[in-house]
Design a protein around this ligand. Structure first.
Ligand code: KIV
Ligand code: ZN
Length: 379
């Protein structure tokens, strides 16, 4: 089995479902261009049937994108698949992403249907999408809660119908990582034709486990991951692209590769955050403002002696200029001396001790000290 992980970015579809964060076509084109630069393999550009604006965005992205596959989402409905096929007409590498709910709760309470009818509809949708494009991805919505034997049956049937990728979403973010691993392993052991398709992870973050579940899926054999920039998406969001990309980059022991150029991670995160008007939480892994900021005395001293004491990746690797030494009342003399040196001041004991005493009083009062506070401190 290949160890190349396909990165399927759904920032412009699942990510854009965040209330109030809709982008217009021009903004979506900017994001798509940046995603190509970042090196994603597939861009899910939208859900063409959902609105004329989304149709146009998918159409324009399909014309613009040179290397990545451009994908449009559909339900297992003729009019959806027709709209996606039309919107993707100019794509160099078009993909239709079609599917239907697979858990009993969805089958009963969303579709008022039966497993047999769902399987039939899924197979029909794949075959119909195949009449337009070669590359058809099938999603078994809520696969995380689906009966595993039915999921195996459905997977086998849609692969026989021509699905090139089978997406097994944990739509509600329910599974634990070991359960995800068991379920994907079960499918690899029990679906005879599974090696004819790529198995994809699409995990939501309702319990904060989206990234962990995605990695568990990869370890069990999944070779595509559906992710968004900054982990944005429905409710608590989707799996974060930057987290998965850097886990695979830092953990060489996993022996997996991607096409991602990590130096574009931070610029891409900033672009999406600015266009959508959603701040990145400061403690967000990889791209948050504090991801490379050290603020306690013990950490600062250790970091200044040797960065690897407290950093497992370098900020430059992900496009961040440099690490930060934040001055608060938890900082020690090493950090204070370092920041003063950056401002051109060289103090040794006992002068540094005196400044440090005044520094603590000021930091208790002002919480975080910036360069202007330091200048005031040293007169
Ligand atoms: O979360 C989900 O199940 C989805 C599908 C539409 C792929 O977003
Ligand atoms: Zn989703």
């Amino acid at each position: 089995m290949s160890n190349r992980i396909q990165i399927f970015d759904t920032t412009l579809r699942d990510g854009e479902q965040v209330p109030g964060c809709q982008l217009n076509t021009e903004e979506k084109l900017q994001v798509a261009e940046q995603l190509e630069l970042l090196g994603v393999d597939i861009i899910e550009a939208g859900f063409p049937i959902s609105s004329p604006g989304d149709f146009r965005s998918v159409e324009e992205i399909a014309k613009l994108v040179k290397n990545a596959t451009v994908c449009g989402l559909t339900r297992a409905k003729k009019e959806d698949i027709d709209a996606a096929a039309a919107a993707l007409k100019h794509a160099k590498r078009p993909r239709i992403h079609t599917g239907i709910g697979s858990s009993d709760v969805h089958i009963k309470h969303k579709f008022n249907s039966t497993r047999e009818q769902i399987l039939e509809k899924g197979v029909w949708a794949v075959k119909y999408a195949k009449s337009f494009v070669e590359d058809v991805e099938f999603f078994a919505e809520d696969a995380g809660r689906a009966d595993i034997q039915f999921l195996a049956q459905l997977t086998e049937a849609v692969i026989n119908a021509g699905a090139t990728v089978v997406n097994l979403p944990d739509t509600t973010g329910y599974l634990l990582p070991h359960q995800m691993h068991q379920r994907i392993s079960y499918l690899f052991e029990n679906v005879p034709n599974i090696h004819k398709a790529i198995i994809s992870m699409h995990n939501h973050n309702d319990l904060g486990l989206a990234t962990a579940n995605t990695i568990a899926g990869i370890q069990a054999g999944a070779r595509q991951v559906e992710v968004t920039i900054n982990g944005i998406g429905e409710r608590a969001g989707n799996t974060s692209l930057e987290e998965v990309a850097m886990i695979l980059n830092v953990h060489k022991d996993l022996n997996m590769t991607t096409g991602i150029n990590p130096q574009y991670l931070y610029p891409t995160s900033q672009l999406v955050s600015n266009l959508m008007g959603i701040n990145v939480q400061p403690n967000k892994a990889v791209v948050g403002a504090n991801a490379f900021a050290h603020s306690s005395g013990i950490h600062q001293d250790g970091f200044l002696k040797h960065a690897e004491n407290y950093e497992i990746m370098r900020p430059e690797d992900v496009g961040v200029n440099s690490s930060d030494i934040i001055l608060t009342s938890r900082s020690g003399r090493a950090a204070l001396r370092h920041r003063l040196q950056l401002l051109g001041f060289q103090f040794e004991k006992p002068d540094l001790d005196k400044i440090y005493t005044r520094f603590l009083l000021m930091a208790d009062e002002r919480k975080r000290l910036e360069d202007a506070d330091l200048l005031e401190l040293v007169g």
